[in-house]
Design a protein around this ligand. Structure first.
Ligand code: IMP
Length: 205
């Protein structure tokens, strides 16, 4: 698949973003190698290449993932790039840790979350990911959200993935994301947000 901004169309030849006859790949700005690995695998499944801009952009402490993403992206000069911010939202905790997921993970981690959930029957939760994409023409930042519903497990399971993966079981499955990366690659919040980005690119480039 190839994106051609000159003629505003796609064809099925490569996996490279083409602009003004110059080959420009999309680049994912993230300091997290696991996120890049997952995103790259999704792009490859769609016969697209993805560059990695490995920088840590200052993260705004805001009320929504969308605000975080817009702030992060506005710190970066250049186009053909996207950022993504994610979090786990637990129903019984009123959506906590949500936008505070990184801070909570870095401080109390999965054990702290499981402690908060001790004796709690309603284990339902969701992962959300928001991608912010800076269009080639310098237009407004475009946002794409992906959500996967599931449950907080009773104990951490599996050594795969990262972050909250060992304590999150997606709806319709028995294993946590930490136990089954294949399931994560099929239904994850990140994949669902990336699918929307791809649809946008197909429609608009
Ligand atoms: P951020 O999007 O990098 O700010 O991530 C916020 C927190 O959520 C970090 O502690 C991440 O490890 C965690 N996190 C983000 N995405 C995922 C995921 O796909 N699985 C598990 N944890 C995640």
């Amino acid at each position: 698949m190839k994106f051609c901004s000159g003629s505003r169309r796609l064809n099925d030849e490569g996996g490279i973003l083409v602009r003004d006859k110059k080959m420009t790949k999309l680049s994912f700005i993230t300091s997290n190698p696991d996120k890049y690995r997952e995103m790259k695998a999704f792009f490859e499944e769609n016969e697209l290449e993805l560059d990695w801009t490995r920088v840590s952009l200052p993260e705004l402490q805001a009320d929504t993932l969308e605000e975080v993403v817009i702030h992060s992206l506005s710190q970066f000069n250049g186009d053909s790039v996207f950022v993504e911010d994610a979090g786990v939202f637990i129903d019984a905790l009123g959506g906590f840790p949500g936008v505070y997921s990184r801070y909570v993970y870095d401080t109390v981690g999965n054990e702290g979350i499981l402690k908060l959930m001790e004796g709690v029957e309603n284990r339902s939760a969701r992962f959300e990911a928001v991608i912010g994409f800076k269009p080639l023409d310098g237009g407004d930042i475009k946002l794409f959200k992906g959500v996967v519903k599931g449950f907080v497990s009773l104990s951490p399971k599996g050594g795969k993935g990262f972050g909250y993966d060992p304590i999150f079981t997606p709806e319709g499955f028995k294993k946590t994301f930490g136990e089954d990366e294949r399931v994560k690659s099929m239904v994850s919040h990140r994949k669902r947000a990336a699918e929307k980005l791809l649809q946008y690119l197909k429609r608009n480039l």
